[in-house]
Design a protein around this ligand. Structure first.
Ligand SMILES: O=c1ccn([C@@H]2O[C@H](COP(=O)(O)O)[C@@H](O)[C@H]2O)c(=O)[nH]1
Length: 468
């Protein structure tokens, strides 16, 4: 069989084992795609894996010039392994997370500095997974300039990899794959057209984006897709305030008095409306009036974390009717895209801050959870105002705002796990765009004066960051 016929056989076999599916599929970040690739199924078909290893070996004439192979975790690991066994080229393996005990190695296997390592990957969309792997391999002293991939989705990844000095060799592109399948009667013309249109209109963006840390708030307005984020950025610039007050008080009167006192110095007033002991609907009406008069937004920090349907009810119904007064809400990412879908219909007038990290000591959020939450946020860019986190994330995404709680002068924490950093540290080291201050202001004798002090410190720190 010639090489083309072998490739076609591989494409058809992949289709037969459900490695490639056509229809309406939701990606892990909540976007729709007419073609879904799940090459993890290959491990159940050792003969096909063997066939694939031969295809890879024959595709790359200079394969043997490499000292090692590295599969991008996890799907490509078994593929790299069979190629290694077939060709005798040793493997190295990149851990996805650093080990916190033992040898603390990020790259496993024996290698020498300067060894040429070939990256093996299953599917390339933007190429970001390959770039992450390459970054760690290069830091460990390996040389990476080529990658072999099974399927190039032709969405711009090849170009982005080239910019980082990586040449991509692909067994199949989405175009060749679909034409092979069409020739063999596995898909019809309608599917072919849908896939072609999808490729055209889903190219990864290739713009040089300045780090958000270096941009003034108004310069970030064009980058955001969420209407509430645009309004918030305007308010921040007009009031020269990146201070969010955590108004954790227990009565309606206390809340309204506090809002009046600190209103001139804040861009957001954050509530936990369910801790108000004498709540009634008039409270949120008055709160709304004050927010309009003093030009700040209301954020209900409900941290929604239930199934989509319940989130929808909690957000719109019950005694609090949050959707009628809060332009901003917080949500946990643990539920998956369903909870975001649930509030999406209000997206013209709603902004969500998604929790990707939390400020408390010994919390259970891992780096892979944070990574997945960030991907989810990107998939809902029209709805997401920003992220709640503790470290500088989304640096190349100036359209998303970083909201960071756990800010207080002269304190490192409370007795219940809360951890604090200073206003300067939260902006300069932790990458916050907006800092949340609660007890630092609410427990002060002069709350307006305390709010003004935090406002000035936080604003000065942001200006320093932009100029640094
Ligand atoms: O990770 C998080 C997320 C939210 N919060 C909220 O911020 C305030 C902090 O109040 P302080 O009095 O300044 O400690 C509070 O409303 C939390 O619910 C957080 O602390 N950490």
């Amino acid at each position: 069989m010639d090489y083309q016929s072998r490739l076609k056989k591989f494409a058809v076999d992949l289709f037969k084992i459900d490695g490639i599916k056509f229809g309406e599929y939701k990606t892990k970040v909540g976007l729709m795609t007419p073609v879904y690739c799940d090459l993890r199924v290959l491990i159940s078909y050792p003969k096909l894996l063997d066939f694939l290893a031969n295809l890879i070996a024959d595709n790359l004439p200079n394969l043997k010039s490499h000292d090692s192979l590295c599969g991008v975790p996890y799907t490509a690991l078994p593929i790299a392994t069979v190629v290694s066994v077939k060709t005798g080229i040793p493997m190295v393996m990149r851990r996805q997370e650093k080990k916190y005990h033992g040898t603390k190695k990020l790259i496993e296997g024996h290698f020498n500095t300067g060894d040429k390592c070939l990256i093996v990957e299953d599917v390339v969309t933007s190429g970001s997974s390959i770039l992450e792997t390459v970054k760690d391999l290069r830091e460990a002293g390996l040389e990476c300039s080529e990658t072999i991939v099974l399927l190039n989705r032709e969405q711009g990844g090849e170009n982005l990899l080239k910019k980082s000095g990586i040449k991509m060799h692909a067994l199949l592109t989405l175009t060749t794959l679909i034409s092979f399948l069409k020739e063999e009667g596995c898909v019809d013309d309608v599917t072919v057209t849908k896939v072609q249109e999808y490729i055209k209109s889903n190219q990864v963006e290739d713009k040089e984006i300045q780090s958000r840390l270096k941009l003034q708030y108004t310069d970030r307005i064009p980058f955001t897709k969420n209407p509430v984020a645009k309004r918030l950025l305007k308010i921040i610039s007009e009031k020269q305030s990146n201070l969010c007050l955590a108004a954790d008080v227990l009565t309606g009167t206390e809340l309204l008095n506090l809002a009046e006192e600190v209103g001139p110095y804040i861009c957001i007033l954050k509530t936990h409306i369910d801790i108000i002991e004498d709540f009634n609907e008039n409270l949120t009406k008055h709160l709304k009036d004050i927010s309009q008069r003093h030009n700040f937004l209301l954020l209900e920090d409900r941290k929604f974390a239930d199934i989509g349907k319940v989130v929808q009810l909690q957000y719109t119904k019950g005694v609090f009717k949050i959707s009628s007064w809060a332009k901003l809400i917080t949500q946990h990412a643990i539920i998956g895209p369903g909870a975001l879908q649930a509030v999406k219909q209000n997206s013209e007038d709603l902004g969500v801050f998604l929790l990707t990290e939390i400020s408390t000591k010994d919390n259970l959020i891992s780096s892979s959870y944070t990574k997945a939450a960030l991907e989810m946020a990107e998939g809902f860019s029209h709805l997401i105002t920003g992220i709640v986190c503790q470290s500088p994330l989304f640096l190349d995404k100036p359209g998303f705002l970083q909201l960071t709680p756990g800010v207080k002068l002269n304190s490192i924490g409370d007795s219940l796990g809360q951890q604090y950093s200073s206003p300067e540290n939260v902006i300069l080291e932790r990458g916050a765009d907006i800092a949340v201050v609660g007890r630092g202001i609410t427990e002060a004798t002069d709350r307006a004066q305390a709010a003004e002090k935090y406002r000035n410190l936080l604003w000065e720190a942001y200006q320093k960051r932009v100029e640094m």
